[in-house]
Design a protein around this ligand. Structure first.
Ligand code: FE2
Length: 319
């Protein structure tokens, strides 16, 4: 399993037909229907899709993910599930050294990152400054799109900490047409999320950001979102209508949270276009038997350009 995880695309090619067949056989339902529903849902819970076997103590940082039976089964399950559903499991070179999976755990020690790992996290999409799939970055066409899905595999959650999801369909229904129109205009500055900044400095020479971007984008019949409360900048004096729409959006997000508990063995796929995600207060001590979720990303890579991914490893996207 450890070797297979070095080449997730190969693993998917070898297993996805068997996964589809097994799903249809055991549930009597069409895999196509499951796959189609996934792309228009704010999230899909795949309950009890793996048995988290033997696990060491919960790690105390994003990396490394220890090579134990339980984490290997969790990782292979995530790669295979997303592959069967039509997306590739990917990482970004600028985040956590391009690791395909990271531990979401209470981080030991003091300081901003450690404090943040314990507290509740407001809703956001991941890789918020990267383009929507189908668009190119205004300054650098090699910047890969943000992920379509954030994949959370549950290893431990003794206190039943809830993962929050904010479905865009609910938020947009609560906003006025004027506010929605403002959010679709290219008038918001978007700063990078903290986990990406050291890597961006290394790879790009500076933090990646967007000057004058949209928060909402109509794609097909859906409205896609990119958002992070702490990353959006809009000047209240220069653009009062945009600032008001941003405030209304943030308030609507707080009012339309739903939540789900990711239990050991569960895989939660959160749509990174149609929902924000966050979590409740984790609290407690690091290590031991504390909460432990593995996170990775899924992306439909059929239209990715050569420059948007590294050749080695092939799952790592630029930057
Ligand atoms: Fe996130």
């Amino acid at each position: 399993m450890r070797d297979a995880l070095h080449e997730p695309a190969k693993l998917v090619a070898e297993s996805s037909i068997a996964v589809r067949d097994a799903y249809q056989e055991s549930t009597g339902q069409s895999f196509e229907a499951l796959s189609a529903s996934l792309w228009v849902a704010p999230f899909v819970m795949l309950p009890q899709v793996f048995t988290p076997g033997q696990l060491p103590e919960t790690p105390q940082g994003f990396l490394p993910v220890p090579d134990a039976e339980g984490t290997l089964v969790a990782r292979v399950s995530a790669v295979v599930a997303m592959g069967a559903l039509g997306m590739e499991t990917v990482s970004y070179g600028s985040e956590n050294d391009g690791a395909l999976f990271v531990n979401l755990v209470v981080i030991a020690g003091e300081g901003r990152i450690a404090d943040k790992s314990k507290g509740a996290m407001r809703g956001h999409t991941d890789a918020v400054t990267f383009p929507f799939r189908g668009q190119l970055d205004a300054c650098n066409s090699d910047i890969a799109p943000s992920p379509d899905f954030v994949c959370l595999s549950g290893l431990r959650n003794p206190d039943g900490v809830r993962t929050t999801v904010v479905p865009m369909s609910d938020v947009l229904a609560a906003l006025s047409a004027e506010h929605v129109d403002e959010l679709k205009k290219q008038q918001f500055d978007i700063r990078s999320q903290k986990t990406f900044i050291p890597g961006m400095n290394l790879i790009l020479g500076s933090e990646h950001g967007i000057d004058g971007g949209e928060i909402l984008l109509d794609v097909g019949g859906e409205t896609w979102v990119r958002y992070s409360h702490s990353s959006i900048r809009v000047d209240e004096d220069e653009k009062p209508a945009a600032a008001e729409a941003n405030a209304a959006f943030a308030a609507a997000c707080l009012q339309h949270c739903t939540s789900v508990v990711v239990e050991p063995g569960d895989i939660l796929l959160v749509n990174n276009r149609l929902a924000l995600h966050g979590r409740g207060d984790v609290g407690g001590e690091a290590g031991g038997e504390s909460r432990w979720i593995l996170r990775t990303y899924g992306l439909d890579t059929t239209e990715l350009t050569k420059g948007q991914r590294y050749s080695k490893p092939g799952y790592m996207l630029f930057p």
